[in-house]
Ligand binder design. Sequence first.
Ligand SMILES: N[C@@H](CCC(=O)N[C@@H](CS)C(=O)NCC(=O)O)C(=O)O
Length: 214
Amino acid sequence: VLTLYGNLESGNVYKVRLLLAQLEIPHRRIDVDQARGEPKSEQFRAINPIGKVPAIKLEDGRVLSESGAILFYLAQDTAFWPDTAWGQAQVLRWMFFEQYSHEPYIAVNRYLLRFSDDLDGVAERIAANAVKGKQALDVMERHLRDHDWFGLDRYSLADIALYAYTHVAHEGGFDVAGHPAVMGWLTRARARPRHIGLMQETSAEPVWRLGETT
Ligand SMILES: N[C@@H](CCC(=O)N[C@@H](CS)C(=O)NCC(=O)O)C(=O)O
């Protein structure tokens, strides 16, 4: 089966787990523990040289990293990826937005606030990210005032990519509740068939730790 490398707490890994669950693709997970620095370990860099999760390994041994690229690969010929160039471009537009204007602020502040042991040292960075992250939520809010989804007309990879860190943005100090259209969209996304929560295991097989595998 397909192997997924990553930890449950990571929103970037969650994007892939959510799609795997919604497409009912069997897989096993190998835990790569961020708190223990495992993404940067020599063993994991042999799998993904950039030292970041997620990565997947196909049954034939090919490895793919970058959550957006993995989503794209797995969603071919499914309803999650539109079949027109215009529809695909709309989905990509929001996936690129997520990676450049959303995740670097919202995911990073969540990470710093939850996992950093020296908050004084990062106070300025957190404050700057708070401004940029709010701007991203405001952009989403304006779009969602007259759209149900981020792609053209239906739930797609764009919604999966943006859901991952938006639904835990409050953990990064962001006022999601003050964005009612975003709140409505989060509720719609959660109601999609086979939705799973961030900490919900999707691997049908026992989870391995990175160090235990060969
Ligand atoms: N652009 C990448 C970002 C991946 C990323 O930043 N992953 C984080 C976890 S969410 C990571 O592995 N960080 C390295 C570390 O913690 O050492 C993607 O979308 O897959």
